[in-house]
Design a protein around this ligand. Sequence first.
Ligand code: SF4
Ligand code: SF4
Length: 195
Amino acid sequence: MSYRCRAGLAATASMDRYDNLVAGRTCGPCMACCIEPAIPGHGLDKPAGEACRNCLPQGGCGIYDTRPQPCREFFCLWRQVAFVDEAWRPDVSGVLIAPSSQTGGTPSGISVVFIVAAWAHAAIGTAAFAELVAAFVGRGIGVHLNLPGNIGEPARESRLHDWVLRAVDAGDLAAIIAGVRACYDATVAFDPAPA
Ligand code: SF4
Ligand code: SF4
């Protein structure tokens, strides 16, 4: 199977401009982007893996009308890219895919980050996860794997595309799965605490 799809670049090149939302998809009850990523500054200083202090118990944002600009601008890739199918809704899958500010080392200069909740790590070893990673890498898009730490700890992050690029080029799903699993093991083993 080939995962290469240069034509797909046009569909994803604007993923950081928030102007290409998938029709019919809404956030609904999902609040993954208010829980999983770290949000420094903007009056939030929210650690990774911890619900924002403004999350309401019944769902929604308690300061919606005055929420900071990053909250107004953010849409995950499930909202933006049709090939990230329904099963990957972040609150259901535990996988939040976000635009990444890291641009180096990929044909497109575009990268995304897969932020995987602690309760969803088992998904990382599956064929479905590997195929989703390959769908991005095959379009020349970098994929970073981010594992939020315990509350207050820094997240662990790796350049997942480096681990699977050859396998994606070869269309070898078993090798892609193996690369993803090896990257996950290395990311878990990495100690982000300063020496
Ligand atoms: S993670 Fe995506 S689907 Fe969930 S609330 Fe944020 S933008 Fe909406
Ligand atoms: S301020 Fe509101 S929208 Fe922003 S992270 Fe907190 S709960 Fe979510």
